[in-house]
Design a protein around this ligand. Structure first.
Ligand code: HEM
Ligand code: NAG
Length: 490
């Protein structure tokens, strides 16, 4: 009797196994969804990296989520991200097609959104031609002078911290990209770019527009009921184009009038005396991308820096002591950077604790692939959960605590722990952020100058409670104020 049961069990298992093997491999595990919508209703609009990180605890480092009819793969371990987005980068460097923001609002040709191919390669090449170690000395002059201005503005009106941060980042970018000197926070170019970025994050939000789930809807005429999305896309596209043209025109006019200061745009035009209309169009778009991609990301990291300093006075004091020892009475310079390992470690913690692009940008795989015994369906959107990796206790012990010391004085057996967080925070493979050097430089010079000049304390969130992080693609701390006291006359 007992033998019979065993026999039945064994043959049942053999049967199941053979059936499974005859069918194709299964997709990676993930939360069960509902018919048609898949997991759409389980994903919050804000901070979905936290939800993905929770799911990874149950289902492992490679999960499959479905939204309507499309497959999303979320990678949550350093190994999985490196195996796919880096080692197989030829396959995983595309971007998903988003009908609303890409095709209808005309943003698919921007470097960050472009499909993997010629246009994308050229865009990156132009940007990397302006942001590299050879160009660093020129960039440093601009960054140091805008930062000095920022410090005196902040001393005059410390309550307007957020405005000053937006101003310093935007004015560095405007100067480098177009040779435009933005004196005011109210500068119309800065306002218009902020508007464009807001437009973009609204229309690119997953699930915000039905046409992203059902691309055939893009063919219905604008005058049809329910087709207001087409009008919205057209308005966004018009506004963006107007801004792109105005910025580019301003830089070119300076050249024509012989008043140009050296910039990304003047370099492009100096290297190509007779651009075709297509080349002009591309220069115009790439320069807008330069400005736009650098703004919200760098602002978010700087806000996180202020927050961490205000919440950890002992870390602030240590960083200030390091800065004071090398700088004395003047403001810090780039040449001081090597002498400030503690500040460098603080900046690593800023990126690790609050990566400003927590899921990087979506990658996309056109062909079917197999990984870790699972099938990655053709046409999957692939997210790397940077936030989850940077909070993995196996990589960063006590991940919830801010500990700059974790990067310093490491013994040999710990060399695998606490890897450089910026190798994750700036994305992956052939899509890795081309602005990384500029972003790091801006963060360093602003942070060092702030530490030399102010004490920061007493965070008060606008909404009460603790300061939370919100946001869709770019994460940023909710509005807060803090006390900023000058340490010396500025
Ligand atoms: C703290 C500041 C910044 C952070 C954290 C950041 C992070 C990122 C991340 C995570 C990506 C996506 C990479 C991927 O898809 O895997 C990206 C892409 C990009 N970033 Fe940044 N970035 C910052 C600043 C800048 C700046 C200053 C620029 C100015 C040029 C810039 C230009 C770009 C561009 C053009 C892309 C698209 C690259 C592509 O699709 O090939 N970023 N960035
Ligand atoms: C800044 O903070 C330090 C340490 O708490 C304190 O000794 C110093 O007086 C403060 N400076 C000002 C100007 O508040």
């Amino acid at each position: 009797m007992f033998n019979l049961v065993i026999l039945c069990l064994v043959s049942l298992l053999a049967y199941v196994y053979s059936v499974r093997n005859r069918r194709q491999l299964s997709v990676p595990p993930g939360p069960r969804g509902i018919p048609l919508l898949g997991n759409a209703l389980q994903l919050p609009k804000e901070r979905n990296w936290l939800t993905f990180a929770e799911w990874a605890k149950t289902y492992g480092p490679v999960i499959h989520v479905s939204i309507i009819s499309s497959s999303i793969i979320v990678l949550s371990s350093r190994e999985a991200i490196s195996d796919l987005l880096e080692k197989r980068s030829l396959m995983y460097s595309d971007r998903p097609v988003v009908p609303m923001a890409g095709e209808l609002a005309g943003m698919e040709q921007f470097t960050a959104m472009a499909p993997y191919g010629q246009r994308h390669r050229e865009g990156r090449k132009l940007i990397l031609g302006a942001i590299n170690t050879l160009k660093a000395p020129e960039l440093h002059i601009i960054e140091e002078s805008k930062t000095a201005d920022f410090i005196s503005r902040l001393a005059r009106s410390p309550f307007e911290l957020r405005s000053h941060i937006r101003w310093v980042v935007a004015s560095i970018l405007l100067q480098i990209t177009y040779g435009i000197n933005a004196v005011d926070y109210d500068d119309p170019f800065i306002r218009a770019m902020e508007r464009a970025l807001k437009d973009f994050s609204d229309i690119a939000a997953p699930g915000a527009y039905l046409v992203d789930g059902f691309p055939f809807l893009k063919h219905i005429p604008e005058c049809f009921p329910g087709a207001s999305f087409k009008r919205i896309a057209r308005e966004v596209s018009d506004r963006s184009l107007q801004l792109e043209r105005k910025l580019y025109r301003t830089a070119r006019d300076q050249l024509d009038h012989g008043t140009a200061t050296h910039s990304f745009v003047t370099d492009l035009l100096a290297n190509n005396r007779n651009p075709t209309p297509e080349e002009h169009e591309m220069y115009q778009q790439v320069s807008t991308q330069f400005f736009g991609a650098g703004l919200d990301t760098t602002v978010s990291s700087l806000l996180s820096f202020f927050l961490i300093m205000a919440q950890h006075p002992e870390i602030q004091r240590k960083a200030q002591a390091e800065v004071d020892a090398f700088v004395g009475d003047r403001l810090p310079k780039f040449s001081d950077r090597e002498d400030m390992p503690y500040l460098e470690a603080v900046l690593k913690e800023v990126h690790r604790c609050n990566p400003s692009v927590p899921l990087a940008l979506p990658h996309y795989v056109r062909r079917e692939d197999v990984y870790a015994g699972f099938r990655i369906p053709a046409g999957s959107t692939v997210f790397a959960n940077t936030w989850a990796v940077l909070h993995d206790p196996a990589l960063y012990p006590r991940p919830e605590e801010v500990i700059p010391e974790r990067y310093l004085d490491r013994s040999d057996e710990q060399s695998d722990l606490n890897p450089e967080p910026r190798d994750f925070a700036f994305g992956y493979g052939r899509r890795v952020c081309p602005g990384r050097m500029l972003a790091e430089d801006t963060l360093f010079i602003v942070a060092a100058s702030v530490l030399a000049s102010f004490n920061i304390s007493d965070v008060i969130p606008r909404e009460g409670g603790t300061v939370k992080y919100g946001g869709g693609i770019i994460s940023h701390p909710d509005d807060f104020t803090c006390t900023i006291t000058p340490r010396r006359a500025v």
